[in-house]
Write a protein that binds this ligand. Structure first.
Ligand SMILES: *[C@@H]1O[C@H](CO)[C@@H](O)[C@H](O)[C@H]1NC(C)=O
Ligand SMILES: *[C@@H]1O[C@H](CO)[C@@H](O)[C@H](O)[C@H]1NC(C)=O
Ligand SMILES: *[C@@H]1O[C@H](CO)[C@@H](O)[C@H](O)[C@H]1NC(C)=O
Length: 341
C-alpha cells in the first residue's frame, strides 16, 4: 500500500492542544455518566466514607451479636387462638410498636384474606418493647387496647430495635412452635409488603410439608466489611467471605416442622444481628437446603417498571415504598381480579 503524506504545516500547536483538551473533556464526561448510571448513589459515596471511618477503630466497640437465646416472655399474647383455629397458614408480621398505621392497613387489606380454598389463614403482629422514656407508658396502654380489640398482637419483652430483629425472629419461632401444633406452614412477612394470599396458598397446596423453606433465596452474598454498611460484619464475627444461602427477610415461608429445628440449631450458633442470614446459618447447620419458588417472578423485591395489567394478581410478594402505598395497590389488585386476571 502507498502511503499518502499529510501536509503537517496546516496544524498549529494551538489547535492540536485544543483538540486534545476537547477529547479529554469528552472522555471524562462519558466516564462520569457511565459511572453514575451503572452504580447506585450509595456505592459512589461508599469509598469516600470508608477512608475516614476505617481510621476509627470501630470493630472493637461494635457488637454484632444479639442477646439470644434468653428466656423472653410475651407480655401481650394470644395463648389459645392458634391452637383453637388450627390455621393451615400463619402470617407473622414484625412491626415496630408505634406503627399502628401499618397494622391497620394490613388488617384492612391482605389480613382480611382468612380463608382460601377452605384453608384457614391467620396473621399476628410481632412487637418488642418500645424504649423507655416519655410516652412509653401511654403507648403500652394503647397497645393493650389495640390488642383487646383485634386479638392479633404478640409483644415480647425485649427492646424493639433494628439491631434486635434476630431476637424478634427467634421468639417468633418459639411462639409458633409452642402455640400452633396443627398448622402446616408459617410465613414471616414484613409490614411494607404486598402479599397475595391466594397465590401463596395455591403454591403451598402442592408444596412439601417437611423441611421446606422458600422465598427469595440469596446465594453467595458477599459479607459486607465496610463499617458504614447497614449490614456491616467484622471478620471476627463471621470469617467467611460469603454467606450461605438464606431466604431474604422480606418474606419467607416454611413448613411447621422447622421452627423447633431452627431453635435447636440456634443453641449451637451464636446469634448475629442480620436476621435472615442467621436463619440461613441455622439452616446450613441443619443441612436443610432452601427451595426456590416454582418460578422466579413470585417473590419480587420491587415492582418492575413495565408491570403488566395482571401484575398484582400474578405475584406472591412485592416490596412497597411504605405501607401507605398498600391502600392504592390493594385497590388495583382487586380491580385486576374483577377483570378476570
Ligand atoms: C483495633 O483494636 C484492636 C483491639 O484493641 C486491635 O487488635 C486492632 O489492631 C485495632 N485495629 C486498628 C486498625 O487499629
Ligand atoms: C436488644 O434487646 C435487649 C433485651 O431487651 C437489650 O438489652 C438490648 O439493649 C437491645 N439492643 C438494641 C441494640 O436495641
Ligand atoms: C393436632 O395436633 C395434635 C398434637 O400434635 C395431634 O394429636 C392432633 O391429631 C392434631 N389434630 C389435627 C386435626 O390435625
Amino acid at each position: 500500500m502507498m502511503q499518502t503524506s499529510v501536509p503537517k504545516s496546516e496544524k498549529t500547536p494551538w489547535t492540536r492542544t485544543r483538540r486534545w483538551w476537547i477529547w479529554l473533556m469528552l472522555f471524562l464526561m462519558m466516564g462520569t455518566l457511565m459511572f453514575i448510571f451503572l452504580y447506585p448513589t450509595t456505592e459512589i459515596l461508599r469509598p469516600l466514607r470508608t477512608s475516614s471511618a476505617s481510621s476509627n477503630n470501630i470493630t472493637t466497640v461494635y457488637n454484632c451479636f444479639v442477646a439470644y437465646p434468653h428466656p423472653y416472655r410475651f407480655i401481650v399474647d394470644e395463648p389459645h387462638r392458634c391452637w383453637q383455629e388450627r390455621p393451615f397458614l400463619v402470617l407473622m408480621i414484625p412491626v415496630a410498636p408505634h406503627n399502628r398505621e401499618a397494622r391497620d392497613v394490613i388488617r384492612n387489606t391482605w389480613g382480611k384474606e382468612t380463608t382460601v380454598q377452605g384453608h384457614v389463614v391467620s396473621y399476628y403482629f410481632l412487637l418488642g418493647l418500645s424504649g423507655e422514656g416519655e410516652g412509653s407508658e401511654v403507648l403500652e396502654e394503647q397497645l393493650l387496647q389495640e390488642s383487646r380489640r383485634h386479638h392479633d398482637m404478640l409483644q415480647s419483652d425485649f427492646m424493639d430495635s433494628y439491631k434486635n430483629l434476630t431476637i424478634k425472629t427467634m421468639v417468633m419461632f418459639e411462639w409458633l412452635n409452642s402455640h400452633c401444633p396443627n398448622t402446616s406452614y408459617a410465613m414471616k412477612v414484613d409490614a411494607d409488603m404486598f402479599l397475595n394470599v391466594h397465590n401463596l396458598v395455591y403454591m403451598l397446596m402442592t408444596a412439601p410439608r417437611h423441611l421446606f423453606m422458600t422465598g427469595r433465596v440469596a446465594r453467595g452474598s458477599a459479607v459486607l466489611r465496610d463499617h458504614n454498611s447497614k449490614w456491616f460484619m467484622p471478620v471476627s464475627a463471621f470469617p467467611e467471605s460469603t454467606y450461605p444461602p438464606y431466604a431474604m427477610g422480606l418474606g419467607y415461608v416454611f413448613s411447621m416442622d422447622l421452627p423447633i429445628k431452627i431453635l435447636e440449631a440456634s443453641l449451637q450458633i451464636r446469634a448475629i444481628y442480620v436476621e435472615d442470614v442467621y436463619v440461613g446459618l441455622c439452616m446450613r447447620h441443619l443441612g436443610v437446603t432452601l427451595t426456590d419458588p416454582p418460578h422466579s417472578g413470585l417473590f419480587r423485591e420491587s415492582r418492575p417498571y413495565f408491570a403488566g395489567n395482571c401484575y398484582w394478581s400474578s405475584v406472591i410478594t412485592t416490596i412497597l415504598q411504605d405501607s401507605d402505598q398498600l391502600w392504592d395497590v390493594w385497590g388495583i389488585y382487586q380491580t385486576q381480579v374483577l377483570n378476570g386476571c
